[in-house]
Design a protein around this ligand. Structure first.
Ligand code: NCD
Ligand code: ZN
Length: 356
């Protein structure tokens, strides 16, 4: 048995408010604990989106009643809410500001760079801006970090050109950090037929699964990657198999076993995982330590990933049937056992808002 610190996932979609048949603060934070994650940062592309005091309170009220692990909630950048200077206490109550610079699931979008500028000017430099930005819009986000002299964290990078540009930007001293998701490390677009089981919508995710060349470049430049994040984006299997499939994969319950299996195969070290799932996210997102918090993992337990054994409401995983090694046995969160032998043993509402 090995003991790890509680893991931090800075990119999680909990679907509350508005789509709790996919996930809510209860099921999503239960999935987190089952995956060894004790702190989640929740994305704002809900219905309604979280973009002002009223909608932030809406999400935080649900979280307070339901969350089983610790959390913070992102605010979303929209075309009309960049006057953060007039609401000085609001940013500090959030995980950070999420900016959707490309089209994806949800209504938060900023098509025009003139809409980005006031957010970069007014959002406090002490709090993170996270950019959903792919390829050339990622290059633009890095340029904005340089122009406005402030840190920017790039969500879910997936391409060779992206990791190479971030490496070059870091070498020039630009304050850019980035995360990569397990599905962009372990899957390519050639895996879509196997994931799909005849339903191509299951392979839909933003950013899309990339090529082997891209995946190889991410592995070859792991030192450029600051965080591993799930982008846990649950949609039900019925929605994924419909004529209009929304993009997104669940990930909270599979990230640690997938990474530990890669550690077992000698592809990275345990220290590489902990740096990217504890130390770096804590620094980048300015998160407090969680006292008396740890995860017990049976590193020798081999098993098959099965959606039927998961806590997420979405009912499927792109990693169905994968053989992994390393099972979470127990999670202790702030002195209390929260998960043990496959069961959540902490009450809804135990989770704490770390910005509260
Ligand atoms: C995310 C979702 O479903 O909310 N989907 C996805 O494919 N990653 C949105 C996002 O993170 O872009
Ligand atoms: Zn996301």
């Amino acid at each position: 048995m090995m003991q790890l610190p509680g893991l931090i996932d800075p990119h999680v979609h909990l679907r509350e408010p508005g789509a709790i048949h996919k996930e809510d603060y209860d099921s999503g934070t239960s999935a987190a604990l089952a995956g060894g994650v004790t702190l989640v940062l929740a994305m704002p592309n809900t219905k309604p989106p979280i973009f002002d005091a009223q909608t932030l309170d809406l999400a935080l009220d649900s979280a307070k009643a339901k969350a089983r692990c610790d959390y913070a909630q992102f605010l979303g950048a929209g075309p009309d809410n960049s006057d953060w200077a007039s609401h000085p206490s609001l940013p500090g109550r959030s995980a950070g500001l999420k900016m959707y610079l490309d089209s994806t699931f949800g209504q938060l979008r900023l098509d025009d760079m003139s809409l980005w500028m006031p957010h970069f000017q007014q959002w406090p430099k002490s709090l993170p801006i996270v950019a959903h930005s792919e390829s050339r819009s990622m290059a633009a986000a890095i340029l904005f970090a340089a122009i406005y002299e402030r840190p920017v964290h790039i969500a879910h990078i997936s391409l060779k050109e992206e990791v190479l540009l971030i490496k070059a930007a870091k070498e020039r001293g630009i304050h850019v950090t980035c995360e990569v998701c397990p599905h962009h490390l372990f899957l390519t677009k050639d895996d879509i037929p196997a994931i799909s089981h005849g339903h191509p919508g299951r392979g839909e995710v933003r950013p899309r699964l990339a090529t082997q060349v891209d995946v190889d470049a991410l592995w070859a430049n792991l030192d450029v990657i600051d965080c591993f994040a799930t982008d846990h984006a649950p949609h039900t299997i019925a929605e994924k198999d419909s004529d209009n499939p929304p993009p997104g994969f669940p990930g909270l319950e599979t990230i640690l076993p997938l990474l530990l299996t890669a550690v077992d195969a000698g592809r990275l070290t345990l220290d590489d995982v902990l740096t990217r799932m504890v130390t770096n996210p804590r620094r980048i997102f300015n998160l407090p330590e969680q006292p008396e918090t740890w995860v017990e993992v049976d590193e020798n337990a081999a098993y098959e990933i099965k959606a039927s054994e998961s806590f997420t409401r979405c009912g499927w995983t792109p990693f169905e049937g994968w053989k992994v090694k390393g099972r979470v046995r127990k999670v202790v969160l702030r002195g209390q056992t929260a998960f043990e032998d496959g069961k959540i043993v902490v009450d809804a509402g135990y989770g704490k808002n770390i910005r509260g």
